[in-house]
Design a protein around this ligand. Structure first.
Ligand code: ATP
Ligand code: MG
Length: 576
């Protein structure tokens, strides 16, 4: 491809809405352009990298035995009501929905469990037809609250979505592991360093769920990891071992009120009483879709609301307003006392306060706290849970060594779904004993654009993108230093033809621009191999073969250019 005939404009300015490096660089390299919030055009160059990413996903999925299909993106409301997702998603407002001329309701699918399950419902009758894993790579729509980071969080984006159907749990386990293995090959081939972590699977979700995370500063997820034993989990899901408590070696003292005028926050009480925050018990009052609930956690810790939701078995929760806190507990915010709560109110305590004695907490009335609280002696706990947010330095739940917390980009997700959708949609098959059963499902997703953007997050330098060979829109760029010079023009043209003829993926900067401009653009575009043709080297009959990743230059005789390019390419491709 010749730049002079291509549709490609690099830009110097950083787009105003770009927060992530990948967004800045992909936009500056002229690969994508914003149409509206969360909606991007891919230019021919952008599409080329996107397609390469997609092709890797498709190849590995085909190799894993999954079968590609397509279901409509525009889907009828009735189908979504059958699974209950219409109502659930409507509440979160994630679903793009619309009406047709007759007034019928539709949505633009954010994933396709219903559509694929309905297909299996129509076609699969016997266990002999199972297992099967079906997938598609198609546009998805989600009305994200905060579309940002360019391709990483769009409202319209390309996603691989796969669905496995098995006769039983062991089968699901095999299908899930096949996906897991395919994911690893995909992200390895994309040149990504990634880590696989346990993910939240929701209150009613399945049992196993894993996310594939690319560690990067701009990651929107927090990933908890143990370097010692390899434990890894999304912060939403992360557990910890038992932390040391200030009361561990103490015996229970006397419960006494203390005046704490105007000190309604942990920090203020800590300062006023000269104690550590870990000596306190925090009382958080939540409003949920199943009534009010009080959550108790050690004073220096935060509640992880995803874990709390799961522990309470609710779909939604939010901290209650001041009025509601007072109405439910009889005390103003900041002074709620676990020992003063009305009968019948749900009180869930985190493991971090189990066995607490000599603890400090609200007294159940304004401007007073209590000291000497022995939680299980003085308060009524209706249930226990594990919902304190993990912090860096907390003990690993598996081995007890300190955990660390890093930022990660979720590029893929695999999830054991169980029979949630197959049951709801009455999808059944006849098992070996002649009994009717719903297949056990798994659901799988990979963001194609997000994966490509994550590769840029991981592979760039101050001058631009450093494409991993597998995703590079072009592998090789020929830079003609001075195309108007006869000899240089002729040599660059002949090299272009030669490399193309050898089946290589070449981009030819044949524009009539100064070498400085071309080099800047070449660095920004980040094609892995560059060949400079012209200048002093050419006068000696040589061309320069440059590796983008470290900018190392090899001057080789013109006749050896193809061999040198091939050699560098093989080096970049790594062992097969
Ligand atoms: P997130 O938590 O980042 O919103 P999710 O968990 O809702 O993502 P899944 O439903 O698991 O996403 O979708 C599977 C994959 O699709 C994700 O791992 C991610 O790679 C990709 N993806 C999800 N939402 C978007 C989006 N808005 N833009 C681009 N890719 C996305
Ligand atoms: Mg996910």
């Amino acid at each position: 491809m010749r730049w002079s005939k291509y549709f490609l404009q690099t830009v110097r300015e950083v787009p105003g809405d770009a927060e992530a490096v990948s967004h800045v660089l992909l936009a500056r390299a002229g690969m994508m352009r914003r149409l509206a919030a969360g909606m991007y055009a891919l230019t021919p160059l952008g599409l080329k990298a996107h397609r390469k990413t997609e092709a890797i996903v498709r190849e590995e999925m085909d190799r894993s035995g999954a079968l590609e299909l397509e279901v409509p993106i525009l889907q009828p409301r009735e189908l979504w009501e059958e699974s209950g997702r219409w109502q659930r998603y409507a509440a979160e407002e994630i679903l793009f929905h619309l009406k047709d001329r007759k007034g019928g309701g539709y949505c633009l699918a954010p994933t396709a469990e219903e559509a694929v399950t309905s297909l299996v419902r129509a076609g699969v009758t016997s266990y002999r037809q199972l297992p099967v894993t079906l997938y598609q790579i198609r546009t998805k729509f989600r009305d994200e609250i905060r579309p940002r980071f360019g391709l990483m969080r769009g409202r319209e984006f390309l996603m691989y979505d796969g669905y496995s159907f098995d006769a039983d749990a062991e089968g699901l386990d095999r299908s899930y592991r096949a996906q897991d293995a395919a994911y690893r090959r995909i992200f390895e081939r994309c040149g990504l360093e990634f880590t696989v972590v346990e993910a939240d699977s929701g209150a009613i979700g399945g049992s196993d769920s894993q996310e594939f995370m690319v560690l990067a500063e701009t990651g929107e997820d927090a990933v908890v990891r143990c370097a010692a034993c390899g434990y890894g989990a999304n912060l939403e899901k992360a557990q910890t071992g038992r932390r040391k408590n200030p009361w561990d070696e103490e015996t229970a003292g006397v419960l006494e009120p203390v005046a704490t005028p105007g000190r309604g926050s942990i920090d203020a009480v800590v300062e006023f009483l000269g104690i550590t925050a870990s000596r306190m018990i925090k009382c958080l009052v939540y409003e949920t879709d199943r009534g009010m609930a009080v959550a108790l956690v050690r004073g220096d810790l935060d509640a992880n609301e995803v874990a709390l939701k799961n522990a309470l078995g609710v779909e939604r929760l939010a901290l209650a307003s001041e009025e509601k806190v007072e109405a439910a507990t009889g005390a103003p915010v900041g002074y709620v006392g676990p020992h003063k709560l009305p009968q019948g109110l749900r009180v869930i305590a985190d493991e971090s306060v189990r066995g607490a004695v000599n603890a400090v907490t609200g007294a159940g009335r304004r401007d007073f706290h209590v000291v000497g609280l022995a939680l299980e002696r003085d308060a009524r706990i209706s249930e226990w849970g594990s919902f304190a947010q993990a912090r860096a330095g907390d003990p690993c739940p598996r081995c007890g060594k300190p955990l660390d917390v890093a930022r990660g980009i979720e590029v893929g997700h695999i999830f054991k779904l169980g029979t949630k959708y197959s049951s709801a949609l009455k999808c059944e098959f006849t098992d070996e004993k002649g009994e009717s059963r719903p297949p056990v499902m798994g659901t799988y997703g990979i963001g194609v654009g997000r994966t490509m953007a994550a590769a840029v997050e991981q592979h760039h330098d101050a001058d631009g993108i450093v494409w991993p060979l597998a995703l590079a829109p072009f592998e090789i760029e020929i830079v003609s230093l001075n195309p108007s010079d006869e000899a240089a023009g002729r040599e660059s043209e002949s090299l272009y033809e030669e490399l193309k003829g050898a089946g290589l993926d070449v981009f030819f900067d044949d524009r009539d621009e100064r070498p400085g401009v071309k080099f800047k653009d070449a660095d920004l575009l980040g094609f892995p191999i560059r060949v400079n043709v012209g200048g002093r080297a050419l006068k000696e009959g040589k061309v320069e073969v440059v590796a983008r990743r470290d900018k190392s230059v090899r001057a080789v005789p013109r006749a050896e250019a193809l061999a040198a390019v091939r050699e560098l390419r093989a080096e970049l491709a790594g062992p097969r």
